[in-house]
Ligand binder design. Structure first.
Ligand SMILES: Cc1cc2nc3c(=O)[nH]c(=O)nc-3n(C[C@H](O)[C@H](O)[C@H](O)COP(=O)(O)OP(=O)(O)OC[C@H]3O[C@@H](n4cnc5c(N)ncnc54)[C@H](O)[C@@H]3O)c2cc1C
Length: 150
C-alpha cells in the first residue's frame, strides 16, 4: 500500500518523508506520541522560548549604565509557560502537521500501521519486488550494513 513507512515524526522523519514524497514515493509516518518529536515539542523550540524570555528579564534588570534605572516585575510563570505553549503549538502546526498535507503523505498511530500497512508490506516483500517501486538509494539492507561499524 505504501512505498515507505517511517517510524516517528521528528525532524529526521519529516526530512525523510519530504525527500521520499518529492521522489514520488507513497509515504506513511507512524507516531506513538506527539507529531513533531523532540525539537518542536520539548527540545529546541520550548527551550529557546524560555531562554529568550529569561534573557529579556536579565537585560531589563541590568543596571550597568550610570543614570539608567532598571526594574522588572516578578515572573508570572503560568503566563510565561502558556506563551511558550502557544509558540510550540503554532510551530508544530505550521512546520510539521501542515507539511504532511502539502507534500502528500499520511500520519497515523502505531495500531493503524499494524492493521493496514505492515501486513501488506510483509506480504509484498516476501513476494519480491513490486513493479515500479525501486528502493531509495542507500536504503537497502546491504547498503545500510556496509556503513555500520564492524
Ligand atoms: C532541551 C533540548 C534542546 C535542544 N535544542 C536543540 C537546538 O537548539 N538545536 C538543535 O539542533 N538540536 C537541539 N536539540 C536536539 C534536537 O531536538 C534533536 O536532535 C532532534 O529533535 C532529533 O530529531 P529526530 O527526528 O532524530 O528524533 P525526535 O525528534 O526525538 O523524534 C523521534 C520520534 O519518534 C517517535 N517514536 C520513537 N519510537 C517510536 C515507535 N516505536 N513507534 C512510533 N513512534 C516512535 C517519538 O515519539 C518521537 O516523536 C535539543 C534537544 C533538547 C532535549
Amino acid at each position: 500500500m505504501y512505498d515507505l513507512a517511517i517510524i516517528g515524526s521528528g525532524s529526521a522523519a519529516f526530512a525523510t518523508a519530504i525527500t521520499a514524497s518529492r521522489k514520488g514515493a507513497s509515504v506513511i509516518m507512524v507516531e506513538r506520541g506527539t507529531v513533531g518529536g523532540t525539537c518542536v515539542n520539548v527540545g529546541c523550540i520550548p527551550s529557546k522560548a524560555l531562554l529568550a524570555a529569561a534573557e529579556a528579564r536579565h537585560v531589563a534588570l541590568d543596571d550597568r549604565f550610570p543614570g539608567i534605572a532598571t526594574d522588572a516585575q516578578a515572573v508570572d510563570m503560568a503566563a510565561l509557560v502558556a506563551g511558550k505553549n502557544d509558540i510550540v503549538e503554532m510551530l508544530r502546526h505550521e512546520k510539521y502537521e501542515e507539511l504532511a498535507g502539502i507534500y502528500g503523505f499520511e500520519t497515523t498511530r502505531p495500531l493503524t500501521l499494524t492493521e493496514h500497512v505492515l501486513t501488506r508490506r510483509t506480504t509484498s516483500s516476501r513476494r519480491g519486488r513490486r513493479r515500479g517501486c525501486r528502493p531509495l538509494p542507500g536504503s537497502t539492507p546491504s547498503a545500510i550494513s556496509r556503513r555500520l561499524p564492524r
